[in-house]
Design a protein around this ligand. Structure first.
Ligand code: SF4
Length: 465
């Protein structure tokens, strides 16, 4: 555990000229896992996942359940989604998800302890109340939820009803994440997602009245038609709700991978890199002005939020949901495309709803691909995650944890940092540290990539700014 820090590590504001950031921008992984999901292979399937499940430690783990339906498709969407207005599909889906839970529980071989549950998607609020209740009851029957387990859910304010929120509170949910993206009407038209401030405020107010402890708002910068003025206006509206946490993700425009994203180019241009930098600058300024503390690259929290204390203790983690308080060592994902992390391996369920359905119906774990981590992967994962979360790496902690000489093991990487990336990170061999510079914090994915032995130079992903 690291010493208590009194200052946020990632610079609250962006003082670097735009062209300097643009010159460093490259495509690359977001490092929500290491190895990145692009490395997962079909050779890791149901049998390997079953072996990992059977060997899970008894410590409480985190659960994620994916609900793959939305009533319409947002054109910028990067998630695994089936757009349908037929809500009756939710009941059959919950039946299948419960069958998957049975398969997972059988492979584990005991009633595994759980400290956290997250429902995401898609839109979990696509499910009718009784189907949400069936899902949560089934989860509680198959897993031993800690008395203080945290239950969180993503909600689309456009079609979340007050009775749904009341029911979720009754089921024990206390954390809520609402999608916002941008409130500007032209931007909303361009991304095919029209959502009013009032709809959003109604969900937040109802949740708070029902005792939800934590409200998170998700925004996106880099959307078509976004300008600094429009984004600042959205940020002001969001800050007025006083969310406990705000995440502002950079839009990943990858139409070669997600063809529907070509639709966003129809009406308004997607901002280029210089414009993205100015949008990011505005985000950081407005968040700092509003008193939010920057957490890592793209999260912000009120100063009294537990995420800030975790950051100051060096106990931030990073997974597919972004920056989190590192409470558990394993994460199990259920539903199509969900990713699991046993600590020793990652695996992903079949992305396609039909393929996932066939596997579950046949009584097989619906695993499509994955990767078992070797000793080198585990070491590099730790290094990359500490850099992504802390912007800093202490050699002594790594040496103690992995029983090795960091300077000798990473001789090539340290030389690469010193010779090629001195403006992004400072290697202090005497002190035994790597510390990102202010510029390097904003480009921490570039620094982390030096330790990535799987991602070929120049390979795809979203821009690092
Ligand atoms: S609501 Fe979210 S998951 Fe559904 S289509 Fe829109 S962006 Fe994708």
């Amino acid at each position: 555990m690291q010493a208590q820090r009194s200052l946020p590590m990632f610079p609250a504001r962006l003082d670097t000229p735009s062209d300097e950031l643009v010159s460093h921008a490259q495509a690359g992984p977001r490092y929500t896992s290491y190895p990145p999901a692009t490395v997962f292979r079909p050779g890791f399937g149901a049998a390997q996942a079953a072996a990992e499940l059977a060997a899970l430690p008894t410590d409480p783990l985190a659960l994620y359940c994916h609900v793959p339906f939305c009533s319409q498709l947002c054109w910028y969407c990067g998630c695994n989604v089936t757009a349908t207005r037929d809500r009756s599909r939710g009941a059959g889906y919950v039946d299948l998800l419960i069958r998957e839970l049975d398969l997972v529980a059988a492979a584990i071989g005991r009633r595994q302890a759980v400290a956290e549950l997250a429902l995401g998607g898609g839109s979990p609020n696509f499910l009718e109340i009784h189907d949400l209740a069936r899902m949560v009851t089934a989860l509680r029957e198959r897993f031993a939820f800690a008395a203080d387990a945290e239950l969180g859910i993503e909600l689309d304010p456009r079609d979340t009803t007050a009775p749904q929120i009341d029911a979720l509170a009754g089921l024990g949910f206390t954390r809520l994440s609402v999608g916002v993206q941008d409130f500007d009407p032209e931007v909303q038209h361009a991304i095919h997602r029209v959502q009013t401030v009032e709809q959003t405020r109604a969900v937040v107010d109802r949740a708070r009245a029902q005792g939800f402890r934590s409200v998170n708002a998700d925004l996106v910068y880099g959307l078509p038609g976004q300008t600094v003025a429009r984004l600042e206006s959205t940020l002001a509206e969001v800050v007025a709700f006083a969310p406990d946490r705000i995440a502002v993700f950079g839009y990943a425009h990858l139409p070669h991978l997600r063809p529907h994203q070509r639709l966003v180019e129809r009406s308004l241009p997607v901002p280029g890199l210089p414009e993205r930098v100015e949008l990011l600058r505005a985000v950081l300024d407005r968040m700092a002005d509003a008193g939010y503390v920057r957490i890592g690259l793209d999260h912000f929290a009120r100063p009294d939020d537990p995420l800030v204390a975790a950051m100051n203790r060096g106990e931030l983690g990073r997974n597919f949901q972004g920056y989190v308080i590192q409470r558990t060592q394993a994460l199990l994902g259920c539903g199509p495309s969900a990713i699991s992390d046993s600590g020793g391996a990652y695996w992903q369920n079949a992305v396609d709803l039909e393929t996932w359905t066939q596997a579950v119906t046949a009584g097989e774990l619906p695993v499509a691909r994955g990767v078992a981590l070797d000793a080198d992967d585990r070491l590099r994962r730790h290094v990359i995650m500490r850099l992504m979360c802390d912007g800093r790496l202490g050699f002594a902690e790594v040496a103690e944890r992995f029983h090795l000489d960091v300077a000798a093991t990473f001789a090539d990487e340290l030389r690469q940092l010193e010779d090629q990336h001195g403006d992004l990170a400072v290697v202090d061999r005497a002190a035994g540290t790597i510390t990102a510079t202010p510029l390097g914090h904003h480009l921490i994915r570039n620094v982390a990539r030096v330790f990535d032995r799987h991602t070929p130079a120049g390979s795809g992903g979203s821009p690092t700014i």
